[in-house]
Write a protein of this length. Sequence first.
Length: 248
Amino acid sequence: MTESVNDLVLRSDADGLATLTLNRPDKLNALSPASFIALRAHIDAIAVDDSVGCVVLTGAGRAFCAGHDLASIASAEKAPSRHFETETVDALEALPQPTIARINGHCYTGGLELALGCDLLIAGESAKLGDTHGQWGLVPIWGMSVRLPERVGRSMAKELMFTSRRVSGTDAASIGLVDRCVADGQLDDTVAALAAEVLSNSRGTNRIVKQLIDDHAQRSRVDALLHERALPHGVPDDMQERLRAGGR
């Protein structure tokens, strides 16, 4: 049966939270060019949707994402443009809303690159994360060599990439690869509670803070401090309302 692009990534919205679900459970949500087309359409729509204050990225079934679909590589299946997949991960990272990766089961290689495009990573304790490019004789092009060292430091990134080692959710938390590891049975509730905390805050503040932190990456520390005090992104629309309400 031919997969419908519209079914490869599902979007559901509730009370300001948009949940994107990679939906190839029989393939452990392995990423094909068609998956990226579906994901990019949702990301582009969310980027301009003011009703969304937080985004959760997850996978259907037993895994977050097993990585790049090797069958699509072997068959030379093509994305719409040469760097479409990479630019889609970049677009995920650039979303103005805070993003949370909910990681269960396998999160390998391309799947890990996708997760690293999110702001916060929450894993179940039985999750397995790793970069296996070296195992297959591949090289990263979706951001692994940049985002993994930013997460865990240069030496640890090299060790993980040189060895293709898989680590558990618990070990991933201990090295800073994920922000938090919880019991598998608590993963949904933990992610929901975190998203609710994010959504209780000013959406304008969250967007501006996210942009300021991203701005800092392109500036010296002194320049970033001067940049922040200039209010380059303005102030939140709800500032006065929240001040009058005592911060609520």
